[in-house]
Design a protein around this ligand. Structure first.
Ligand code: ATP
Length: 364
């Protein structure tokens, strides 16, 4: 795997990028982002948050209203796309329908006036790398969706770009193929060590493929980090809710002990939690967050445990999802593996739970 430590060399830097379409707030920005050489970075977020706009500014397909794009230390803000040395794969692949697969992949090399024998050698080699030998003479509509996707990848990669840009490249594939292509693309990216920026609104896709994820909210980066950072230490309600499932109980900070904050959530009392932004102080309104799988279930009372009733039980095959209500009135969702000890927890059942691994977020 490529080294993507904090010390890795920056390859792309966005400095104070703003894109305004004339509305009251800019569609994007200001955004500052540093992409490291060899990393797989995903721009993730809900529809309209500015993922595609940001990617198109990086590619040079859109000019920012203000700000700078630096590629390998060079200011490329005013440089047109073909001179940016980036490979692009779009959602619809954008293959030339009347050109053969060979000619599709060779396109960028011909534009760059690469000698004929070298074109032949590089196209053949790249089709081998993406797992598509012997299709050079076919037309795009003589391939399956997954194969067309690989041709689009080969076409983007054959020019040996500094950065590979992928704009929702899997959304036209069926669910099974989509999953398989996630691993294929990640594997290819690691084998070639190519810096990749990927756009998706799908959290699973982002988590399974990326070294780091930038979660966008209304044109801003809400949080940037490894998937584990976003999941375990969300800095806001938006991040906590967009990434996975979260119990978010409103409360108040009542003290600090051993680096943890104490959050009072009302009748159920106080709970220790890690402050994800390190900025909470006594008296602040806060949200106590605990992920459903971290809620511990007990069959008997013990010190520090909360009594609760099972309101609802949903069996999803691998998981049992329980909706619980504590004696203090808090509604808590809990998910457990579908093992015998959890299968008989029907509505009405009394249970005890512990909320030991919580996080404290600023109330928004
Ligand atoms: P999606 O996942 O739906 O593609 P996105 O996160 O990629 O969304 P963008 O396409 O970057 O979002 O759009 C960001 C915002 O800018 C949206 O509010 C969108 O309506 C607006 N926008 C995008 N293009 C234009 C345009 N050409 N003119 C005016 N507004 C635009």
């Amino acid at each position: 795997m490529m080294a993507t430590s904090d010390a890795a060399e920056p390859i792309l830097v966005l400095r104070q990028i703003v894109k305004s379409y004339g509305g009251s707030a800019p569609a994007v920005g200001p955004v500052d982002l540093t992409v490291r050489k060899g990393e797989f970075l995903t721009l993730l977020g809900p529809s309209g948050c500015g993922k595609t706009t940001t990617l198109h500014i990086i590619a040079g397909l859109l000019s920012p209203t203000s700000g700078t794009v630096l590629l390998a230390g060079r200011d490329v803000t005013g440089i047109e796309p073909p001179k940016r040395d980036m490979g692009l794969v779009f959602q619809n692949y954008a293959l030339f329908p009347h050109k053969t697969i060979f000619d599709n992949v060779a396109f960028g090399l011909r534009m760059r006036k690469v000698p004929k024998p070298e074109i032949h050698q590089r196209v053949t080699e790249m089709l081998g790398i993406v797992g598509l030998p012997n299709v050079e003479n076919r037309l795009p509509d003589q391939l399956s969706g997954g194969q067309r996707q690989r041709v689009a990848l080969a076409r983007a990669l054959v020019i040996q770009p500094t950065i590979l840009l992928l704009d929702e490249p899997l959304s036209n594939l069926d669910a099974m193929l989509r999953k398989r292509m996630r691993y294929e693309i990640r594997d290819l990216q690691q084998r070639l060590g190519i810096t990749t920026i990927f756009v998706t609104h799908d959290q699973d896709e982002a988590f399974e493929m990326s070294d780091r994820v930038a979660l966008l909210e209304k044109g801003h980066i809400a949080q940037l980090g490894a998937p584990e950072d976003l999941y375990d230490r969300p800095v806001s309600r938006f991040v906590a809710e967009f990434i996975g499932d979260a119990n978010l109980l409103p409360g108040k900070v009542v003290g600090m002990t051993n680096g943890l904050v104490q959050v009072n959530i009302g009748k159920d009392g106080n709970f220790s939690a890690t402050d994800t932004t390190g900025s909470l102080k006594a008296g602040d309104a806060a949200l106590f967050m605990i992920r459903p799988e971290r809620v511990a279930l007990l069959h008997a009372s013990e010190a520090g445990a909360l009594q609760a009733k099972v309101l609802k039980r949903v069996f999803s095959g691998e998981l049992i999802n329980l909706e619980l209500e504590t004696t203090g009135g808090a509604k808590i969702t809990c998910s457990k593996p579908s093992l015998p000890q959890y299968r008989d927890l029907a509505p009405g059942h009394d249970i005890w739970l512990r909320l030991d691994d919580g996080r404290a977020l600023k109330a928004s």
